[in-house]
Ligand binder design. Structure first.
Ligand code: PRP
Ligand code: URA
Length: 206
């Protein structure tokens, strides 16, 4: 299952983040803001429990989040989404997966993984701005499941039909939330129109 979050506030920020003239400082700010909007939607069904809260006047029946939430950015571009999701759920734990796509083959190779034990029983939210061929996301889900995660959600900024199909084929139980579903991949397996190389644009390494 995938959902594109089409709110006008996100679409406006997408127009800005796609612009080749947007510098790395503004790119980072926009990535944070878009992440907050997409994650807001992705988290709408998490479990809550009732608590009583004493206001200055009376007791209010309130609801608080009742799940362990583990955010898993895929290094390095996924780190650009971390502040956005942690501002929504400051108590979330964070795991990291290091994956790098080969420039020639576009196949990912793993170089790092460190997960909190709460991936077992909690919800793991993989964040990465780009879901292109889907190879990196599928590899990240494989790694999480191998460590016992069984409730996984993916949040990205831009994806495309090939990437969505690859994740759906390998992991039909995983939901994907995106701000944009673009038309295609080019011959270098970049999303078109996309927003370019997200890691380079976030960190000024282009
Ligand atoms: C980018 C992006 C994803 C991956 C998407 O990372 O952040 O992780 O490519 O491509 P895929 O869906 O075809 O696997 P990259 O490997 O360029 O590394 P970086 O984040 O360190 O720049
Ligand atoms: N990685 C990126 O950063 N951008 C793409 O379009 C594809 C992979």
């Amino acid at each position: 299952m995938y959902q594109q979050v089409t709110h006008p506030c996100i679409q406006h920020k997408l127009a800005l983040i796609r612009d080749a003239g947007t510098d790395h400082k503004m790119f980072r700010e926009l990535a944070t803001e878009i992440t907050m909007f997409v994650c807001y939607e992705a988290l709408k069904n998490i479990r809550v429990r009732e608590v009583d809260v004493e206001t200055p006047l009376a007791v209010a029946k309130c609801r608080v989040i009742d799940e362990h939430i583990v955010v898993v950015p895929i290094l390095r571009a996924g780190v650009g989404m971390l502040d956005g999701i942690l501002s929504l759920i400051p108590s979330a734990r964070v795991g990291f997966i290091g994956l790098e796509r080969d420039e020639e083959t576009a196949r990912p190779s793993a170089y790092y993984a460190k997960m909190p034990p709460q991936i077992r029983g909690g919800i793991s939210i993989i964040v990465d701005p780009m879901l292109a061929t889907g190879g990196s996301t599928v590899a990240a889900i494989d790694m999480l499941k191998a460590q016992g995660a069984n409730r996984i959600v993916v949040v990205c900024i831009v994806t495309c039909p090939e990437g969505l199909a690859a994740v759906e084929a390998a992991h039909p139980d995983v939901s994907i939330y995106a701000a944009a579903v673009d038309s295609m991949l080019n011959e270098r397996k970049y999303i078109v129109p996309g927003l370019g190389d997200a890691g380079d644009r976030l960190y000024g390494t282009a």
